[in-house]
Design a protein around this ligand. Structure first.
Ligand code: HBI
Ligand code: FE
Length: 288
């Protein structure tokens, strides 16, 4: 997941000009692979019936059930055959323009390191479990794959327009923390949720957070928190609708329209909102 910490301004020694590095699959220890397997088993107890159908199909199509940290080359060969995307390793957070250029060209950047066994529940930098288990299954879905490539192009444009903050909120509330309405009920597709056992439960089962139908300008005005569970989740009716919204809307006039408007707080519910569930905010208040 994105955060503002530890972003270098040029590729570190040993990295390529585009910031990619070799995954060095052979360098993982038995403990590293065991950490992946522990996290995988924990999520797979929770995700059937909670994760979106597209996510679960992606896991299957990419054979992510095989034990151990995936080899990016093998994984990319499977993924490329489905949607044209590949997974490339990077040393950590990369600059925004580098991140978006890879994305626009259907390369998903992933950390190659894995969290330590004492960090199973929380870490700030995106590791291989968050990036690969969390993000890559959705990229096996042709519609979502097109959405993320369009987002990459939109990111480059937002940098030129000075509107990255607004666009980044769309990423946060869809790619990282999105919920989707499916015939059997709400389901998770955001990578920040599907890679976290506690937020998998919280985002769907807890009465605390708001769950609100996604409106583009509304989301682009909404703050988010990087330090704890979200206080509001945004729901899309389908991935087709998300893609349509993104490719058929020129974001420049949206950025203009909201430029003078106030930011919306993380827990706010507006009269115009199409509310799925209004949260009690009990969880956030209990910590304040
Ligand atoms: N780099 N590796 C990595 N992963 C990210 O999620 C990421 C990044 N660099 C920038 C970035 N995210 C943000 O610019 C976007 O989320 C807006
Ligand atoms: Fe992420």
């Amino acid at each position: 997941m994105a955060s503002e910490t530890h972003v270098l301004d040029r590729p570190p020694a040993g990295a390529n000009a585009d910031w990619t590095i070799p995954q060095r699959w052979d360098a993982y220890s038995a403990e590293d692979h065991a950490t992946w397997d522990t996290l995988y088993a924990r999520q797979m107890k929770l995700l059937p019936g909670r994760a979106s159908d597209a996510f679960l199909r992606g896991l299957d199509a990419l054979k992510l059930s095989e034990s151990g940290i995936p080899d990016f080359e093998e994984l990319s060969d499977r993924l490329e055959a489905l949607t044209g995307w590949r997974v490339v390793a990077v040393p950590g957070l990369v600059p925004d323009d580098v991140f978006f250029t890879h994305m626009a060209n259907r390369r998903f950047v992933a950390g190659n390191f894995i969290r330590r066994p004492d960090q199973l529940d929380y870490l700030q930098e995106p590791d291989v479990f968050h990036d690969v288990f969390g993000h890559v299954p959705m990229l096996a879905d042709p519609v979502f794959a097109d959405y993320l490539a369009a987002y990459g192009r939109g990111g480059l444009r937002a940098l030129e327009l000075g509107s990255l903050k607004q666009l980044a909120r769309l990423y946060w509330y869809t790619v990282e923390f999105g919920l989707v309405q499916e015939p059997e009920g709400l389901r998770i597709y955001g990578a920040g949720i599907v890679s976290s056992a506690s937020e998998t439960r919280f985002s769907l089962d807890d009465p605390s957070p708001n769950r609100i139908m996604l409106d583009l300008a509304r989301v682009m005005r909404t703050d988010y928190r990087i330090d704890d569970f979200q206080q509001t989740y945004f729901v899309i009716p389908s991935f087709d609708e998300l893609l349509r919204l993104t490719v058929e809307t020129d974001f420049a006039p949206v950025y203009e329209a909201i430029r003078e408007e106030q930011e919306i707080a993380v827990d706010e519910v507006l009269p115009k909102d199409d509310v799925v569930t209004e949260g009690t905010q009990h969880y956030a208040r209990s910590k304040a």
